[in-house]
Structure formats: C-alpha cells, structure tokens
Design a protein around this ligand. Structure first.
Ligand code: GNR
Ligand code: NI
Length: 169
C-alpha cells in the first residue's frame, strides 16, 4: 500500500526517531509499503518518518526499481565510516519542488539490520553515499534544508511558510 508522504513542517519529520525493537509483521508491512511508496513517488530513498512512523529504518534504491539487486533496507543503521567530500544537488520528497547543493562526505559505510533482521554492512560512494546520509538525517529529524546556510535556507523556509498559509503545501 502506498502511504502518504509527510512534508516539511510536520513535527514528526523534525524529531529523532526511535530504535526498532523487533521485526514484527507490522514492521515487515511497513518496509513493503515504504518500498512501494518510494518507487511510486518516484524516489531513490525513503525513511520511515516520512510516512509518519518515528522509527529508525529506511529504504534506498538508486536504480529506482530498474535493478532489483539495488534495493537496500536498513533497520537501526549506524555510520561505521565517512570520508571525502562531494557537492551535489539534493532534493527530498518531503520538500517537493525545491533542491539545493549540499556538502556531504563522498564515501560512507553503514551497518544495520536487513529486512530479515540479519546484520549487514554497506558501502556507498557518490549518489548512494548521498542517499544513505540523506536518509540517516531523516532518522535524526534533519532535512536537507537544515544543512543549508543562512539565506538559501531562509528563502526555502519562507516560500514553504507562504505556501502553507495559502493552503498550497
Ligand atoms: O528521491 C530522492 N532523491 C535524492 C536526490 C539527491 C539526494 C537525495 C535524494 S533522496 C530523495 C528521496 C527522499 O526524500 N528520501 O528521503
Ligand atoms: Ni528526503
């Protein structure tokens, strides 16, 4: 089932998510729904808080479903390593219509559990590294706009507030 995606301003997106205690049938259903919602959007990643569930899990597929091998489900993820630097355009399904250049490490290693509850470790470079970090940020209540400096961030936030007032957000 496709779940609605929350947008910037919804309090749940701005809060730290909790550890997943056990992979219950509800969590398995959530994972299935997140994958379906990500592909339908379409997006290269989706974190549980974006569908209104304040838990530490995300899905990523930089092929957006073109290559089944590229789907990654990460439960209770943690950074193992981060290095380098990349400057690229970034967007977010919870901040539709906006994008901005965000500085990120160019390589990350993340460990966590897969959808079966087995430990896994994944390395990402380039876009995959960016997606991992973007989703990790969601689990801590951080959106890409929060990583922008002063005026650029203020401009986006002001436009969102204006659209919210107009009932267009
Ligand atoms: O679909 C998405 N594209 C994207 C592009 C550059 C950097 C990060 C992303 S993640 C985003 C989907 C999303 O909002 N995930 O939380
Ligand atoms: Ni996002």
């Amino acid at each position: 089932m496709i779940r609605p995606i929350l947008k910037h301003g919804d309090q749940l997106l701005h809060e730290r998510a909790a550890i997943v205690g056990a992979i219950t049938p509800e969590i398995s259903q959530l994972v299935d729904d997140m994958v379906e919602t990500m592909y339908a959007a379409p997006g290269i990643g989706l974190a549980a808080p974006q569908v209104g569930v304040a838990l530490r899990l995300f899905v990523v597929d930089v092929s957006v479903g073109r290559d089944a091998n590229q789907l990654i489900v990460m439960i209770n993820p943690e950074f193992v390593d981060r290095d380098g630097m990349q400057l690229e355009e970034e967007g977010c399904l919870s901040v539709p219509g906006f994008n901005a250049t965000v500085v990120r490490p160019s390589r990350v290693v993340i460990k966590g559990l897969d959808r079966a509850g087995e430990p896994q470790q994944r390395e990402g470079t380039g876009l995959l590294a960016r997606a991992f970090q973007h989703e990790m940020d969601h689990l801590d209540g951080t959106l890409f706009v929060d990583r922008l400096r002063g005026i650029k961030r203020d401009l986006i936030v002001r436009k969102i507030k204006k659209m919210t007032r107009a009932g267009k957000w």
